[in-house]
Design a protein around this ligand. Structure first.
Ligand code: PMP
Length: 406
């Protein structure tokens, strides 16, 4: 399919909105993405025509609802090329999936003095659950360092691995720096030592083609809301051999086979990990979002966003005193920056009045801020519905902010 941004923009109702009387320029896609009309319509259609709780009813609507939900699982399976549909667990989102693994994998496989390796550029969601686990089990968290360009120093990882290393958990693409990590290499190195690898794909799934079998990754998580689907739904992929060995993270309805007051037998995969009424409407709408982006083509999306990134990087670097954090050769379309002697949140506020939505602050990555010795950054994160004209307006807006604040 030919990539036509103007046509694509027509699919996203919110992009027609005015903010303070100005055209919305939405550059906060790292935080959440906007939704195409097909996704919004899918939610309305589900609640208007098919809604009933899944897996529980013999009646018609429950059967349709269940079928649509299980088809959504197959859509996700095909999207990331998982071997089996039951290796796809629906969660609330990335954070939920990480907590599930940190808890359940941790309970089974982590003991005193064991070690877990993460990296210097993790989102808080891929740090804190492991800190909690390490506290619980008296295990140790080790950190792969990065250089000043925001690139991981892989030789560091080699040095960190010991016979006690039980898990490596890595961000695929950094929400703050844009860095795309060399996960193929990381997975190979880890597997050579029989260490499973967990991938936080919250910022890669919407930009890069991901094939979990080709990568041979052991676990992977992402959030629906970052791939043009609703909030409150996400995915945990796990290899069957691990998911079968670990116990449920939450318990209650639907995750059981039989219950007596004396004993409960857990359900099989994937239901064992889906306690209670799951967000089946979200899963169904996420499948629509996946079909939508697959129709455009993830490669087309990546190539277009790369052009946006290159254009924006060159343009913003023309601004005197502007510094970009994250200068890896392999980047998603994210630009974190500061301007000398100006606070990032002041830039964000002025841009907001111009209708330009960017994010300011630490982006849930305080260790990255500590590394660079800063309190935060301004971050513009792009998606395939953004345009070169919007980047020009961002540039003009930053110049205006600079003039006002200097
Ligand atoms: N990891 C990364 C890399 C992220 O960017 C985010 C969201 N900013 C998360 C984890 C957490 O995602 P969620 O809030 O959807 O659980």
């Amino acid at each position: 399919m030919k990539f036509q941004v103007e046509k694509i923009r027509e699919d996203f109702p919110i992009l027609k909105e005015k903010i303070y009387g100005k055209d919305l320029i939405y550059l906060d896609n790292g935080a959440t993405t906007q939704k195409p009309k097909v996704v919004i319509d899918k939610i309305t259609e589900h609640y208007s025509k098919f809604n009933a709780n899944i897996h529980r009813g013999t009646h018609y609507l429950s059967q349709v609802s269940t079928e649509n939900y299980e088809n959504a699982r197959k859509t996700v399976q095909n999207f990331i090329n998982a071997k089996n549909d039951y290796e796809i667990i629906f969660t609330k989102g990335t954070t939920d999936g990480i907590n599930l693994i940190a808890y359940s994998f941790g309970e089974k496989f982590i003991k005193e003095n064991d070690e877990i390796i993460i990296s210097a550029m993790e989102h808080h969601s891929n740090i804190v659950p492991y800190q909690v686990l390490c506290q619980r089990k008296k295990a140790k968290l080790k950190i792969i360092k990065m250089d000043k360009n925001g690139v991981l120093i892989l030789e560091e990882m080699d040095k960190l691995i010991t016979k006690n290393t039980k898990l490596i958990s890595i961000i695929h693409a950094s929400n703050t720096l844009g860095t795309i990590n060399p996960i193929e290499k990381i997975i190979k190195k880890a597997h050579n030592k029989n260490i499973p690898v967990f991938l936080d794909a919250a910022q890669s799934i919407q930009h890069l083609e991901i094939d979990v079998q080709k990568l041979d990754v052991d676990f992977l998580v992402f959030s629906g809301h970052k791939i043009f689907a609703p909030t409150g739904i996400g995915v945990l992929y796990g290899k069957e051999k691990f998911l079968n060995k670990i116990a449920p993270y939450q318990s209650g309805g639907d995750m059981i086979k039989t219950v007596t007051f004396e004993k409960t037998i857990y359900n099989e995969l994937p239901f064992k990990f889906e306690a209670g009424t799951v967000n089946y409407t979200g899963a169904i709408a996420m499948a629509t979002a996946i079909n939508y982006i697959e129709n455009i083509g993830i490669k087309n999306i990546f190539n277009y966003e790369k052009k946006l990134l290159n254009y924006a990087t060159k343009k913003l670097l023309k601004i005197d005193g502007l510094k970009i954090y994250g200068n890896s050769d392999e980047k998603t379309a994210v630009i974190s920056f500061n301007i000398k002697n100006i606070h990032h949140s002041d830039i964000g506020e002025i841009l907001d009045k111009l209708g330009i939505a960017i994010r300011t602050g630490t982006h849930c990555t305080e260790p990255i801020m500590d590394f660079f010795g800063i309190t935060g950054t301004a971050r513009a994160s792009f998606s395939f519905y953004n345009t070169f004209e919007e980047i020009d307006k961002l540039y003009e807006g930053i110049l205006k902010a600079k003039k006002m604040l200097s």
